[in-house]
Design a protein around this ligand. Structure first.
Ligand code: NAG
Length: 466
């Protein structure tokens, strides 16, 4: 191939590459966030969970002693109605126990109702209650009744792979454990839970609310957030020892926590959904993004739904608590990180670019076999090295891109014969670039040399036969 066309092509690809890097906005065909509005008069749900087997969300209720399913399309149905629970108790945190196919629900009464704290477990198929474990001060089997005057406040629940449940006590800052048979005990009263000053005003809504959202991490520990200090703790699921997770910022007002499959941790308050990552199993963590929530709708819960998407529940609970009742509509809304979607866009551009690259080389290339692979690969390597370490997903996507590329190359090699076209449109692209360095890399293009040598061999072979 003539060096003129070669250098033009190189400039063109440099230009295309710079386009991606500059993230020049194109009509990125991204859908809007998923919004699920549903109707259920006076429900004011606080807790949210995703049931992957049934492919629906499960929510609780402020006063109805009931659990409800909400479909993707916004159809709300009563799942469980338990009239054995005391009148007007609230269903708070929810968790799906996949091992035992149950749903676990924290049940709590708010003043002026008499104190009531419990964990209820229901079979997901029969919808019958499996147990109702009362939660108090008793230390395991000694079953010493509560002697303190603190009003306990069971709040959120997480479940491990055996079906052990861990329930936070927001008022007394400790964690209960309830095994799969419903035996409850105090699990962790770590001094770490009391070692940090309030980060909110004494009169603020959550000033009395300590340990709150809890999630089980598959490696044998729990992550717990504390609303009134904005701290996060890593709690050993064996012995209950807790350590502060060092964060780049305080999560003041943190109410709920959920974990995506890619390891990203989501923490919700009524005003913010925080996106966190850790590279050392939650010794320390970075808040890599935060998305504002609609505060007046009072998000109280976050869950990871289908396709690893984050959803918050807008339950308007405060209206119900204030007795300002009558609301019929509530919503479950997908919340995204702009950082995650930037990553997605970049990769969309890269894929489009790779497709374009193959198309153009195909046109130019003819029998010459110019270095399709080389330019494609070197462009991707640059992206790869700049993307390394910024996101777990990038590496997964890179693998996927590599696979796609290999497939494309295979089909390309099969189709490559006998297409020639003198199209010089790309001339317009390079002049403004004025980058002359690109010609200095010729030695990188090994495949081209290989191509040439195979041509020489072919030529020699031809000579040989004549
Ligand atoms: C339960 O709530 C309803 C509606 O708010 C109220 O009228 C009723 O008195 C409550 N019952 C108890 C036992 O508190």
């Amino acid at each position: 191939m003539s060096s003129l066309i070669k250098s033009k092509l190189k400039r063109f690809f440099l230009f295309v590459f710079l386009l991606y890097v500059a993230r020049i906005p194109t009509t990125a065909a991204s859908r809007g966030p998923h919004v699920i509005n549903f109707r259920s008069p006076n429900l004011y749900p606080e807790g949210l969970a995703w049931d992957p087997s049934a492919q629906h969300f499960v929510i609780g209720s402020l006063l109805h002693r009931s659990l409800h399913s909400v479909s993707d399309a916004g159809v709300a149905q009563t799942l469980i109605s338990d009239s054995d629970l005391p009148v007007n108790v609230t269903i708070l945190g929810l968790a799906i126990d996949r091992t035992n196919k149950r749903i676990l629900a924290v049940v709590q009464s708010a003043p002026p109702l008499p104190t009531f704290n419990a964990l209820a477990a229901y079979d997901l198929r029969t919808r019958q209650r499996v147990f109702l474990a009362l939660l108090d001060d008793s230390e395991g089997e000694s079953a010493v009744k509560a002697t303190t005057t603190t009003r306990h406040a069971a709040n959120d629940v997480a479940v491990d792979f055996q079906g052990n449940a861990y329930v936070t006590n927001s008022a007394a800052n400790f964690i209960w454990k309830v095994d799969k048979d419903g035996a409850a005990s105090v699990f962790s009263r770590s001094p770490a839970f009391r070692a940090h000053p309030l980060a909110v005003d004494r009169n603020a809504r959550l000033s009395e609310c300590g340990l709150n959202g809890i999630a089980y991490v598959s490696k044998g520990y729990l992550l717990v957030v504390q609303s009134n200090t904005g701290k996060m703790f890593k709690v050993n699921a064996e012995d209950g020892n807790a350590r502060l997770v060092l964060l780049t910022e305080e999560l003041v007002g943190a109410d709920d926590i959920a974990i995506r499959k890619d390891g990203v941790v989501l923490v919700a308050s009524i005003h913010t959904l925080w996106f966190l990552k850790s590279h050392d199993s939650w010794g320390e963590a970075v808040v890599y993004d935060k998305t504002a929530l609609e505060e007046e709708k009072l998000a109280t819960s976050v869950a990871v739904g289908d396709n690893d998407r984050a959803y918050v529940l807008y339950g308007h609970v405060i209206e119900g608590i204030m007795g300002n009742v009558g609301r019929e509509e509530f919503s479950i809304v997908e919340v995204r990180s702009s950082k995650d979607s930037e990553d997605e866009n970049i990769w969309l551009f890269v894929l489009i670019g790779l497709g374009l690259a193959y198309f153009l080389f195909w046109r130019y290339d003819g029998q010459r076999g110019f270095s399709v692979k080389i330019l494609g690969t070197s462009g991707c390597e640059k992206l790869e090295s700049s993307a390394k370490g910024t996101s777990y997903m990038n590496e997964v996507k890179l693998e996927w891109v590599e696979e796609e590329k290999e497939k494309e190359e295979e089909t390309k090699e099969n189709d490559n014969e006998g297409y020639d076209d003198d199209d010089h449109d790309s001339d317009n692209n390079d002049d403004s670039n004025g980058d002359n360095n690109d010609d200095s890399n010729d030695s990188d293009y090994i495949d081209e040399e290989e191509e040439n040598s195979t041509e020489e061999e072919a030529g020699m072979a031809r000579h040989g036969t004549t």
